[in-house]
Design a protein. Structure first.
Length: 261
């Protein structure tokens, strides 16, 4: 996603600010596209009949809209509000706010380093080109270190300053998932076999920012919990791998295991 793009594409979700309300709709400026203008027709405001448009939109209001049509020659963008789901609105606003925060970090670093606007824009562009959402770069920097920016070719001063400012502005979002397994082993060393299986689950390969904890719920039930800064998909993948490792290990050691429901 880049605010440097001139116009969005059909189907995109955009954040817009209402600039003018008229009887047939509302004109908006597209916040992510150099304030390009768009039109939200009254027929695309709600799923029901709109008697008074000003009961639904007002000047200065921020909206998440879906792009219906784009006329590049005229620079005209037709938009819809009624075709945006509640979940889409929430996700888009979260994404947009993260982009704004990322921009503020770059700007703050530029001011601290007394960089000119051209240099600041080059730094910003490099981050946009590497990451789908520039905010991700700063989350990674908090986990991996400032070498994230060194790999982009930034000077040590820029890499250090960006990371330092990110520490005060970025809050890592931790995803947590857990599962319960039942492990049994009737052999004389069965308890040690179970302990070994759980240790194997904890030692599976995982990236920085991800931890695995194992708790007993009372034999034969044990809980495996994964916490990560890399999102719920990563948490689920690591959890599945840890559970499978525990089940495979206990079987190899002569016991039995299953994932509890």
């Amino acid at each position: 996603m880049s605010s440097a793009a001139s116009l969005p594409e059909v189907g995109d979700l955009v954040v817009a600010t209402v600039t003018k309300v008229v009887d047939y709709g509302a004109y908006v400026s597209l916040d992510e596209y150099d304030a390009a203008e768009g039109l939200l027709h009254i027929s695309e405001i709600a799923t029901t009949w709109v008697k008074n448009i000003r009961m639904h939109v007002r000047e200065g209001q921020k909206l998440v809209l879906k792009v219906l049509r784009v006329n590049v020659q005229r620079g005209q963008v037709d938009l819809s509000l009624r075709r945006v789901s509640g979940r889409e609105k929430t996700d888009k606003m979260v994404e947009w706010k993260k982009v704004k925060k990322a921009d503020s970090i770059v700007k703050g670093a530029g001011e601290r380093l007394k960089a000119d606007n051209e240099t600041i824009e080059k730094i910003r562009t490099a981050i946009y080109e590497k990451f789908d959402n520039p905010y991700d770069a700063f989350e990674e920097a908090l986990v991996e270190g400032e070498e994230i920016f060194s790999k982009l070719g930034f000077t040590p001063e820029w890499a250090h300053t960006l990371t330092e400012i990110a520490r005060s502005k970025v809050k890592l979002e931790r995803a947590r998932m857990r599962a319960t397994v039942e492990l049994t082993c009737q052999k004389s060393d069965g308890i040690e076999a179970i302990k070994s299986s759980l240790k194997s689950a904890k030692k599976i390969r995982k990236g920085k920012g991800t931890t695995i904890h194992v708790y007993t719920l009372g034999a034969p039930k044990y809980r495996i919990e994964v916490t990560t800064t890399k999102g719920y998909e990563e948490a689920e993948n690591v959890l599945n791998s840890a559970v499978q490792e525990a089940l495979n290990s206990i079987k190899t050691l002569g016991g039995e295991g299953r994932k509890a429901t």
